[in-house]
Design a protein around this ligand. Structure first.
Ligand SMILES: *Cc1c(COP(=O)(O)O)cnc(C)c1O
Length: 387
């Protein structure tokens, strides 16, 4: 039996969209399509301004620039994150200080963050990991208020999650989202930065206007990758697609974090904006996002039942929040994380192991983050989307 869970959010209609765009390269840089998507996302998210770029990491770079963070500034971020997050700060010369997380929602621990504040701290970055609204959300906003710090929300796992009826990403100064294919919705690669502040919005728009679009061959490859992704998940019998792709591009797939980025260096062509075909696919995805998120919530409910019946601690849904459950995180024995093949037999799904290190996927330990270390050795995640 093939597992009933899939990772992706794309369907045949999206593939038709991608094919349609492949046929009209002369419209790949049509700005009105991009603006439609940005307006659509901002409206959907309840935000004043959204700009679309080639990755959540690039969206973060745009936010850093719009906030005017620079050398001499410090930012506090969770010691349980993706390497591309500290990278965006490093590229701008901003010093990154890691602070611990809590294990209820894998979010920033407010006490750890408070202890890390210095005279040089200008901002904190908080995240809503696995689509869970972070436990100390309000306390972190208060902390930032007290010390006059910017709050950047990493919503790359939590597009659509709500707190007190509003989508996350609207309570801080700016937020980033990702449409990389393993996230809540897919344009293969892509990211969005949002804000409700006019001055920051101006900075974001300036960043996007000065950014270049990916070149034609890259756009074509992104579209082919999008189609390949769909067939890989939904119709693996079409193996010839992979062969054709490999023949054409010399690689099996598109790598989202390059070796240069793993070494902390800025890759060439970093900082591009989203071209029309991806923006249009994003707009189509947006229409379906709510229904995908609904399915994720339902499936998360079954995992909670499974946790309760089998003595695993289920994650915490904080009061007045509505998570989106990009994945369902579970704490297991370190041995059970080292080799997760048991989940296939026991649960009928392949578990994900997204953070084998504190600064995924780089082998880098962080000091003074014992709970993050525990999550690294013990947290696996279960898929939440059914075919
Ligand atoms: C994926 C991810 C990002 C970056 O998003 P990209 O679109 O891949 O650049 C940032 N933070 C976290 C926690 C992520 O998982």
């Amino acid at each position: 039996m093939t597992p009933p869970f899939i990772a992706g959010t794309t369907d045949k209609e999206d593939v038709r969209r991608a094919r349609k765009w492949l046929k009209k390269p002369e419209e790949w840089y049509d700005q009105s399509v991009v603006q439609n998507f940005e307006k659509g996302f901002a409206d959907w998210n309840g935000s004043e301004c959204a700009v679309s770029l080639m990755g959540g990491r690039v969206a973060l770079s745009a936010v850093i620039e719009a906030l005017g963070l620079e050398a001499g500034d410090e930012v506090i971020i969770p010691g349980y994150t993706c390497v591309v997050v500290p990278n965006s700060f490093h590229y701008a010369g901003v010093k990154v200080v890691y602070a611990d997380i809590e294990l209820d929602t894998y979010g920033p621990d407010v006490e750890a963050f408070a202890s890390a504040v210095t005279d040089r701290t200008s901002a904190i970055l908080i995240h809503h990991l696995y689509g869970l609204v972070c436990r100390d959300y309000e306390a972190l906003l208060d902390l930032a208020d007290q010390h006059n710090l910017y709050v950047i929300e990493d919503c790359t796992h939590a597009t659509g999650a709500k707190y007190r009826g509003e989508r996350v990403g609207n309570l801080g100064d700016a937020a980033i989202y990702s449409s990389e294919h393993s996230k809540c919705f897919s344009t293969v690669q892509g990211g969005i930065a949002v804000t409700n502040d006019n001055r920051i919005a101006e900075g974001l728009r300036k960043y996007a206007e000065e950014a270049v679009f990916p070149r034609g061959r890259r756009v074509e490859r992104l579209l082919h990758t999008f189609i390949l992704d769909y067939y890989t998940q939904s119709d693996p019998q079409r193996w010839w697609w992979r062969e054709l792709y490999q023949f054409r591009y010399g690689e099996e797939k598109l790598i989202s974090t390059t070796d240069l980025e793993k070494r902390g260096e800025k890759p060439p062509h970093y900082g591009q904006r989203m071209p029309a075909p991806l923006a249009d696919i994003g707009l189509g995805q947006l229409e379906k996002l709510e229904s995908y998120n609904r399915r994720r919530r339902q499936n998360a409910g079954s995992w909670t039942t499974w946790c309760n019946e089998n003595g695993y601690r289920s994650p915490t849904i904080i009061q007045d929040s509505e998570p989106v459950w990009l994945r369902y995180p579970v704490i297991v024995d370190p041995e059970e994380k080292k080799d997760v093949s048991w989940t296939r037999g026991e649960l009928g799904v392949d578990a994900g192991v997204w953070f084998r290190t504190n600064i995924h996927p780089v082998e880098q330990a962080v000091d003074g983050c014992p709970r993050a270390d525990e999550a690294v050795s013990r947290c696996i995640n279960l898929p939440t989307l059914m075919k």
